[in-house]
Design a protein around this ligand. Structure first.
Ligand code: ADP
Length: 215
């Protein structure tokens, strides 16, 4: 059983790296942000509750975030383990999480704030299948169209200049202390998130003592 948490500033590649790790090692990738986005896209009651908060770049309330994370983990579909992405995001959520789960490691994707803006503002997402593009590194073959499914490429509602300022502030105010807490428990593997996708994945494998990555 392998249980990991992945933490990093917006645009640091958490979802890309967590997905690769999960697919390859048969782990379940649990993204709290994706769950909230699904709720918004599908116009659920919860979606209505969180939409404006998310679009502004603020954190959803702890009670709700904790419930979403706990309910998802309680599905117990993770026979070989999980990678949790986007949780815990503050000290209270970290305590809540550690009360129920012991973890094997925390992957900290380390990236300077100066790189965040460039990346996040260039990010596009397929509205249909969710694949991620970046107008700097991984451009779609046809502008605005998904290479995989032909769906429309859109910008995340919180990938704006204004929301990004708030997201970064929230991250440093609230999530930096989570990293301090995990660091004291000696869980944290610091990974240089400015390298290529493949190099980052390999460094994660090396630092966590996992089988090598074969792209
Ligand atoms: P980011 O790229 O900023 O790390 P995510 O996709 O992980 O984005 O999360 C998007 C948004 O979802 C956050 O800005 C926040 O509003 C909400 N969210 C996700 N996880 C949590 C959480 N653990 N606690 C509170 N809000 C959360």
């Amino acid at each position: 059983m392998r249980k990991y948490v992945i933490i990093g500033v917006p645009g640091s590649g958490k979802s890309t790296q967590a997905t690769t790790l999960a697919v390859d090692l048969d782990l379940v990738h649990i993204s709290v942000g994706d769950i909230f986005r699904w709720q918004v896209q599908n116009h659920t009651k919860m979606g209505a509750q969180v939409r404006r908060i998310m679009a502004a770049g603020e954190l959803v309330g702890d009670d709700l975030a904790e419930k979403v994370a706990a309910d998802r983990l309680a599905e117990h579909d993770w026979n070989y383990g999980f990678v949790v992405d986007g949780f815990p995001r503050n000290a209270r959520q970290a305590e809540f999480f550690l009360e129920s789960y012991d973890i094997d490691g925390v992957i900290h994707l380390d990236m300077p704030d100066s790189e965040v803006r460039r990346r996040v503002l260039a990010r596009r997402l397929c509205a249909n299948c969710g694949v991620d593009y970046n107008l700097i590194q991984s451009r779609p073959a046809t502008e605005g169209v998904c290479d995989v499914c032909g769906g429309n490429l859109i910008t995340r509602e919180d990938d704006t200049e204004e929301a990004l300022v708030v997201r970064l502030r929230e991250y440093h105010d609230k999530t930096d202390p989570v990293l301090d807490l995990f660091r004291r428990k000696e869980y944290v593997a610091v990974i240089d998130a400015t390298a290529s996708k493949e190099e980052i994945q390999q460094e994660i494998r090396d630092k966590l003592g996992l089988p090598p990555y074969k792209p």
